[in-house]
Design a protein around this ligand. Structure first.
Ligand code: KG4
Ligand code: ZN
Length: 338
């Protein structure tokens, strides 16, 4: 069976063709980073307009890469939750139109479950049950994942997502959007112990929550004291590198500590990590070292499957197997539903 998967939850327009054997036949992705860069973050209205312009060419490109015609598709799957409402609607409308025109089933994808399914795809074997850490621009949450489709939220951020913190701190430091890669690069020349930034809840092992907005404010106060006018001159390179490295280290400390606490509490011995922040090399190295020393099995998808993409929409295969087709009345759900 050939399944077309569509992803438009935030600011990437993506489509892929996968088979029920989890082979990836073709994939296409159009990033909007250039459009949002002048604003230092995703502008929802710009994102939905760009999706409208790009969705059909991106679907065509995925089909061309797979060497298939639309009539050779057996199902169409679309991420309909969570995300930006206007962005989600574009992918959903395209998927519904194809399902009706081609008389094929429509499958609803949960974008967060798809992020963790990327680990299943990369592993080439079963990775459930596991503890799942989703760490992206919109979400930072820990789940107990019984199956690819059965997740229970253990805890999440009470304010900003980790990726959002990277993006906002990058803007404070005068670095470009998206902030994660820019901060990671700047941090390489810095001292991670130069600034003692806060690590909320880290000592409270029973509390599986994150908070990153205080960390962002702490970085801001190193650059500009309350009441002072905004800086006009750029930061000295050494100071910028130290701020980036110390910020990144604080985020990684929190993500690693709470992931390990969730593993301990659950009795599970497997950690799967997904989402754009999981591209971060320092985070990957830390989790690898911590898991290795404790005998925990760790799965982090390769970088191209961590940031938003449609290949991870292969989770639709799990729904097809269970005949979990969506009705044509399927709606978007911008908020995460657990
Ligand atoms: O998963 P994703 O592509 O979109 C959402 O669903 O949010 O994640 C995007 C986020 C952005 O905040 C970006 O700054 C962050 O992932 N990111 C990184 C890195 N690469 C991307 N954060 C830290 N280090 C990176 N290397
Ligand atoms: Zn995402």
């Amino acid at each position: 069976m050939n399944i077309l998967t569509i992803e438009t939850t935030c600011d990437e327009t993506a489509a892929a063709v996968v088979t029920d054997q989890l082979a990836v036949l073709g994939s296409a992705i159009a990033s909007q980073d250039e459009l949002h860069r002048p604003f230092g973050g995703v502008v929802p209205e710009i994102a939905s307009r760009a999706h409208v312009e790009r969705i059909l060419p991106v679907i065509d490109a995925a089909l061309a890469a797979a060497g298939l015609r639309p009539s050779q598709l057996d199902a169409v799957a679309v991420a309909h939750t969570p995300g930006l409402a206007g962005s989600l609607l574009v992918g959903l409308a395209a998927a519904k139109a194809l399902a009706v025109a081609l008389r094929i089933p429509l499958i609803a994808i949960d974008h967060l479950q798809a992020h963790l399914y990327a680990c299943r795809l990369a592993a080439g074997r079963e990775v459930f049950p596991c503890i799942g850490l989703i760490v992206s621009g919109g979400h930072t949450s820990l789940y107990r994942c019984r199956t690819p489709l059965d997740f229970t939220l253990l805890g999440g951020t009470i304010d900003d997502a980790a990726g959002e913190a990277f993006d906002k701190v990058a803007a404070l430091l005068g670095l470009p959007y998206p902030g994660g890669p820019a901060i990671e690069a700047a941090a390489r020349a810095g001292d991670r112990r130069a600034f003692a930034f806060p690590r909320p809840f880290i000592a409270d092992r029973g509390r599986l929550e994150f908070s990153f907005s205080g960390l962002k404010t702490a970085v801001r106060y190193q650059i500009q004291q309350p009441g002072e006018p905004p800086r006009t001159e750029p930061l000295a390179p050494r100071r910028l590198a130290d701020l980036a490295a110390s910020f990144q280290e604080a985020v990684i400390d929190c993500l690693a500590a709470k992931s390990l606490a969730a593993i301990e509490e659950s009795g599970l011995r497997r950690l799967c990590v997904g989402g754009g922040v999981a591209v971060n090399g320092e985070l990957r190295r830390r989790l690898e070292a911590e898991c290795m020393s404790r005998g925990i099995e760790l799965h982090i998808a390769p970088p191209a499957l961590c940031t938003d993409n449609a290949v991870m929409g292969a989770i639709a295969v799990e729904k097809l197997k269970a005949s979990l087709h969506a009705p044509l009345e399927l709606d978007v759900f911008p908020a995460a539903r657990r």
